[in-house]
Write a protein that binds this ligand. Sequence first.
Ligand SMILES: *Cc1c(COP(=O)(O)O)cnc(C)c1O
Ligand code: SF4
Length: 336
Amino acid sequence: MPEHLSETLHFTKNWQQQLAEAFNNIEDLCHYLHLSLNDLPVSVAAAKSFPLRVPLSFAASMQKGNPDDPLLRQVLPVKDELLAYPGFSNDPVGDLPSATQTGVLHKYHGRVLLINTGSCAINCRYCFRRNFPYSDLQLGKQDEIAGIRYIQENPDITEVILSGGDPLLLSDARLAKLFVQLSAIKHLKRIRIHSRLPIVLPARITDDLINTLTQCGKQVVIVVHCNHANEINPRVITAFNRLRNKGITLFNQSVLLKGVNDNVAVLCELSEQLFSHGIIPYYLHLLDKATGTGHFEVSEAVATDLIKQVQATLPGYLVPKLVKELPGALSKQAIL
Ligand SMILES: *Cc1c(COP(=O)(O)O)cnc(C)c1O
Ligand code: SF4
């Protein structure tokens, strides 16, 4: 079957099927991209410790035949991951392992992070999560009850943030139940979801999901995670529009990544593209220094210089805040 026909068929399938058919080995992805393994610095060892995983919807936005494609770079297991970089460790932020035992992370005033799943639809090579063996973590009923009770008992908490992993990988039934429980908590004003699915698996944004999100009586915010304008394809735009049309506020956060978006023109185009579809740039994160991600690092000095140039080019509301995560701090740390 010609490739474009099988692709069209794939995108008519439901999100669970699309997820099940995601690329999970380097050879298939290379073949699809018309690349030879010899063109690429791939590492089988790196893929063993953190497997390749990428839905076709995301891979379809990669440029065929381009070994340096900025989307491919985000997902391809490469030899550089095996190098030791000074200052990089298995636990750079220091709090995720503990949060994944209780499901609750209350670090900043008024906001609490609920971690319901450790799974993701895509494996991003730069992610700090790569070093923790909790990829299939599903918090049990008891943990969820404890998490809800914690929020009920703390009237200072006005916003719940669903994070992970990717909270939108939870089933509709599971999410619906969680939203009903959260909607009953009076002091809660907002429910925020941090998810990469609108970008990497936009088929997840179904009518049922949107109904669940919008019927809870709280303001709903979704922070998507897009690093490069090429990730915004027609399927992603449809997902954005459907969410926005139902009154969900959309922000974007990116990670500043060498060889992906460490470039003024690329950062400006990302902000422009996002905003043309109603998404406000929120954060540009410096990389968390997790083992295996050193080749993505952009120094703070270079980052500062880049964001100053973006600032000199775009209106203020299109300039994301450049931030980093510091253990023990009361908020993300602004760099500029
Ligand atoms: C990033 C983060 C938040 C959200 O911070 P905002 O600045 O409100 O986006 C909340 N809790 C934890 C633990 C976080 O890491
Ligand atoms: S948590 Fe986010 S950055 Fe990390 S692998 Fe999942 S989707 Fe990618």
